[in-house]
Design a protein around this ligand. Structure first.
Ligand SMILES: Nc1ncnc2c1ncn2[C@@H]1O[C@H](COP(=O)(O)OP(=O)(O)OP(=O)(O)O)[C@@H](O)[C@H]1O
Ligand SMILES: [Mg+2]
Length: 290
């Protein structure tokens, strides 16, 4: 635990705290200056190939993901969306027989560089899964887990404020503040997913990866998460996989269409949904296949 905490360098800790303060006080965020109209690329892949054994799942993927913006990944089942998402925080490292080639960067730094600490990387790039997966712990301890591991709180008061701030940002605080000691698994599905989002943002990540975060939720809980995603993008870079075209259109600014392991087309979400260039994209978004 302490070894992991020690891996957080001072500047990073400071950055996390600043980001945390901003996260709790959205008004404090900087407005982009008129000169910086060019979007900042937060994460980028080039020539990315993934193999499971001798089967190739991704072919030369080049995609830029803009800072403080939502990028949606769409495409038929099995086209490689989850595989791509997992490359972005090295979750594929844990899959036997999975080999990766090419380049993935965050702020221009190669995330597969051997000098980079994977635990620290995953604190910078959080993930929310399809099925809400709260730990078998209290609501409080679920959210406090990351900050404790990474030594982000100096004392109990600090930790309380991170936990409450994250629950508030995830739109869950009001519903759970009088039962923080109860198990996270006792919440409804939509509440559990917001708890997982609170857990992900508690370490003030820079990027949040979401793999079909609403597919197990009812329309009301889904609407709640979609609003939350829109709100979170003021502070975080978000990459979301979704099978729901309306959802991609509602929450994202940029959309990437994958097909059979290839990135067929990427553009602003508006362009993809109003005038796709490739007939495979057109076929998919109009529901002809997939
Ligand atoms: N752990 C694994 N071992 C072997 N093959 C895998 C593994 N995970 C995925 N694949 C294969 O890689 C390809 C891409 O899978 P992936 O899960 O990335 O697709 P997806 O676009 O996320 O699909 P879905 O929409 O169904 O979630 C598929 O052919 C899949 O069978
Ligand atoms: Mg998937």
């Amino acid at each position: 635990m302490n070894r992991e905490a020690a891996n957080i360098s001072e500047p990073n800790l400071l950055k996390n705290q600043i980001a945390g303060t901003r996260a709790q006080n959205p008004d404090a965020r900087e407005e982009p200056s008129a000169q910086s109209a060019e979007p900042n690329i937060k994460m980028s892949t080039k020539g990315l190939k993934v193999f499971y054994g001798d089967k190739q799942a991704l072919f030369d993927i080049a995609l830029d993901m803009e800072e403080k913006s939502v990028t949606a990944l769409i495409g038929p089942s099995g086209c490689g969306k989850s595989t791509f998402l997992r490359c972005l925080n090295r979750m594929n490292d844990t899959i036997d027989g999975c080999a990766i080639d090419g380049n993935v960067t965050i702020d221009g730094q190669d995330i597969y560089d051997s000098v980079l600490d994977v635990v620290e990387l995953r604190a910078r790039i959080g993930m929310v899964f399809q099925k809400p997966n709260p730990f078998p712990k209290s609501i409080y301890d679920n959210v406090a887990y990351g900050p404790r591991i990474h030594g982000l709180a100096h004392n109990q008061k600090d930790l309380n404020s991170i936990v409450r701030g994250s629950l508030e940002r995830a739109g869950l605080l009001k519903e759970v503040e009088d039962r923080l000691d109860e198990p996270g698994t006792g919440l409804s599905g939509g509440q559990q997913q917001r708890l997982c989002i609170a857990r992900a943002i508690a370490v003030s990540p820079e990027v949040i990866l979401m793999d079909e975060p609403c597919s197990a939720l009812d329309p009301i809980a889904t609407a709640h998460i979609e609003e939350l995603i829109d709100e979170l993008r003021t502070n975080f870079t978000i990459v979301i996989v979704t099978h729901n075209m309306q959802q991609a259109a509602r929450v994202s600014q940029k959309t990437a269409f994958f097909h059979l392991g290839k990135l067929v087309e990427t553009n602003t979400t508006e362009e993809i949904f109003t005038s796709p260039r490739d007939e495979r994209t057109q076929g998919y978004i109009t529901g002809r296949y997939g």
